[in-house]
Design a binder for this molecule. Structure first.
Ligand code: ATP
Ligand code: MG
Length: 348
């Protein structure tokens, strides 16, 4: 095969690919390889282009043994670190120089790496979150069997704490299952016809006891007449329950949580008919540094306070997935000392 034919052949490979012959020069490279490495690489010695020791080794080995080798090439695309899996295969009898040449193909495995990193982080987080209440439970069981065995007052107090900790674990498992369910049906469009004002009214009613305990006034402002849209009733209820509950728990010091429903025929964010539900509190607000990460699993802006209030840090992650499923948007605006507004925008 002539070098021209080889170049033609390499250009058809849908990922970065290049060829190196026995003179150790690059004899062909496709556009993806040039974008990844450098523009004028054909004709150059491969080691002046691919400087990472493990890549040089893999290529030298393949040229020497004429057998397959495999390694990793680390790079950065400007926005993030990228990882490529490099497979070298020897092709006997190709190339202008006798003895054949090697084909190196770079497969981008960045997303695979990221997914497995996320999975590891997730398992570590879940274990940590479960371990804290579990350790407390085990400690109290020990105490109840030993020193506090005959102390009725201490026993009652410990049982109360154990009850709280067990409830926390139960909530955590419930939230994890819920997140799992929501994630697995994220691509299934909801089909129910729902009426939003009624849904919000009934959500508010079930949160009234919590609000009364926290001395928080709940108010709902909505357009007259029904606000109907296609959605999943239970899931949207879960969204507003968490947002209003957060408003009460974290913003309750402001004394009120307002819910406002605004319907419009042409929403700027949705470029079409949509409805906005705002949950507004006058509490301490959230520092801007936290805002971009708020919907990450287990992320808490004020982790001490959130744990104390029994939060699992999964609420907004679930909210985010449900809103995605509805092709909607979630926005947060917060002013330290003034309060926080969460806005849910749903297409109609
Ligand atoms: N209205 C708010 N005002 C101040 N901080 C808030 C507000 N809403 C949420 N936060 C912060 O965002 C964090 C994440 O909220 P999220 O609902 O995801 O978790 P959570 O409430 O701690 O747990 P869960 O909802 O599972 O019980 C909270 O821990 C809290 O620090
Ligand atoms: Mg919450």
């Amino acid at each position: 095969m002539s070098d021209d034919l080889l170049a033609e052949f390499v250009s058809a490979i849908p990922m970065p690919a290049l060829m190196v012959d026995q003179t150790e020069r690059i004899i062909a490279a496709n556009t993806d390889a040039k974008t990844l490495l450098a523009q004028n690489i054909v004709g150059r010695h491969f080691a002046t282009i691919l400087r990472q020791p493990q890549v040089i080794d893999a290529i030298e080995q393949a040229l020497l043994t004429k057998g397959p080798t495999k390694t990793r090439h680390l790079s950065n695309d400007g926005a993030q670190d990228t990882t490529f899996e490099v497979e070298c295969r020897y092709l006997n009898g190709v190339g202008a120089v006798s003895g054949g040449a090697l084909l190196a193909i770079f497969q981008d495995v960045t997303h695979v790496e990221q997914a497995s990193q996320m999975r590891r982080d997730f398992v570590a987080n879940v274990s940590h979150e479960l371990r804290t209440p579990l350790t407390a439970l085990m400690g109290f069981i020990e105490t109840l069997r030993g020193p506090a065995r005959d102390d009725a007052v201490a026993r009652d107090r410990f049982l109360q704490i154990m009850n709280d900790e067990a409830n926390r674990m139960n909530r955590l498992v419930g939230d994890l299952l819920s997140l799992n369910r929501v994630e697995s049906e994220e691509r299934v469009r909801p089909k129910e016809q729902i009426e939003l004002t009624g849904l919000l009214q009934s959500t508010l009613n079930s949160l009234r006891p919590l609000a009364e305990d926290a001395k928080v006034q709940l108010t709902l402002t909505a357009p007259e007449g029904p606000v109907s849209l296609t959605g999943d009733n239970d899931q949207l209820r879960q969204v507003f329950t968490n947002l209003i509950e957060n408003g009460i728990k974290y913003g309750g010091s402001g004394g009120s949580v307002e819910i406002q429903v605004l319907a419009s025929e042409r929403d700027s964010a949705m470029r079409g008919p949509a409805v906005r539900v705002q949950v507004i509190d006058k509490g301490p607000g959230i520092d801007a540094v936290h805002l971009p990460r708020l919907t990450e699993r287990f992320y808490r802006a004020d982790s001490h306070r959130s744990r104390q209030l029994g939060g699992t840090g999964l609420g907004l992650a679930i909210v985010k997935h449900i809103i995605n499923r509805h092709r909607g948007r979630l926005r947060v605006e917060s002013d330290l000392g003034k309060g926080t507004t969460f806005t849910v925008i749903l297409p109609r």
